[in-house]
Design a protein around this ligand. Structure first.
Ligand SMILES: O=C(O)CCC(=O)C(=O)O
Ligand SMILES: [Fe+2]
Length: 307
């Protein structure tokens, strides 16, 4: 549901609530209680992004009025501006060239807060082409975890199609996974299966977090194996003619796909604090198509369907 499609009075209510500093979940809960459909959350999120207001972190207090609330933060919440900044996993890019065993990976940029690093020359052209070809017969519409019910739902916020490969499914995948483990200094066992995504013209993944909100009952299932996600490595498998950037709206950063490059970002501290600056999305493909391979890393070993 687009923000612009809402009744003007409702738009105004949401704008006021956003400006008062309400968190997304508080506003959406209030709207759902008032009888609006779940798709309303997308409109509220758009309004938050349009106003450039940071998503206030989730709170546990129920919505009571349109006035701002100041609930106590859950322990895993990052309080912007707090004196004690949590340390997020900085898988440091030491040097301009990193030896990962079978090739030299180049660091193109490294941002500290949030921790985002762009690597070039991570995959060879032939590895990219092979991953695309191997995936084509098995593409299915992408789904998102329903954080309330735990189901995997089709949503218009994510319009790619994709498939997965088990850890070590082929010797080439095993080699890529060993390279990633060396690059990021995270054991292969903590990696989820490699996900391949294809975006056709117009397809996108609207801004979201890759970590799972542990307060949401529907996320308990995905947190069972391996615990929280700590980082994401997106590998670009082709050059996109136009569009398809990976965007970080809270940082103002757009990363354009480049075949063989890898974009890494981390968002969970050792203590479990989550970095909300890593809100990100895949912007719509304008011309051509986009292929990526994604490796998500967990706090502990990931076993569910991984090998
Ligand atoms: O398509 C992109 O660039 C981002 C993909 C993404 O964020 C995801 O799959 O979680
Ligand atoms: Fe993501």
């Amino acid at each position: 549901m687009e923000f612009a499609e809402l009744q003007p009075e409702l738009q105004q209510w949401i704008r006021n609530a956003v400006k008062s500093g309400h968190h997304l979940s508080v506003m959406v809960d209030a709207l759902l209680k008032a009888g609006y459909q779940p798709g309303i959350s997308q409109a509220v999120e758009q309004c938050i992004l349009d106003h450039g207001v940071g998503l206030r972190e989730p709170d546990s207090a129920p919505a009571r009025s349109a006035k701002a609330q100041h609930p106590a933060s859950a322990p895993w919440v990052t309080t912007p501006g707090s004196e004690k900044h949590p340390r997020f996993h900085q898988f440091a890019a030491d040097g301009n060239q990193i030896d990962v065993g079978d090739r030299q990976v180049e660091v193109r940029f490294a941002l500290k807060r949030p921790n985002i690093v762009l690597f070039a020359n991570l995959l060879s052209d032939s590895e990219c082409d092979a991953l695309v070809e191997m995936s084509k017969p098995n593409l299915q519409p992408s789904r998102v975890v329903n954080s309330d019910r735990g189901s995997f739902d089709l949503r218009d916020t994510r319009t790619s199609s994709g498939t997965h490969f088990r850890r070590g499914e082929t010797p080439m995948i095993a080699a890529i996974e060993a390279r990633i483990a060396r690059l990021l200094a995270v054991p292969e066992a903590r990696g989820e299966p490699l996900q391949i995504l294809n975006y056709q013209v117009g397809a996108e993944y609207r801004p979201h977090y890759d970590f799972f909100n542990p307060e949401k009952p529907g996320n308990h299932g995905v947190l069972c194996s391996g615990g929280q996600r700590i980082g994401t490595l997106i590998m670009y498998l082709n050059d996109v003619t136009s569009g398809g950037a990976t965007v970080f709206p809270r940082v103002g950063l757009d990363v354009l796909p480049q075949k063989g490059a890898g974009l890494f970002f981390s968002y969970t501290s050792d203590g479990g604090a989550l970095d909300y600056q890593t809100l990100h999305g895949g912007s719509p493909v304008v011309a051509g198509e986009k292929w990526i391979a994604t490796k998500w890393l967990r706090m502990q070993d990931y076993t569910s369907g991984a090998s």
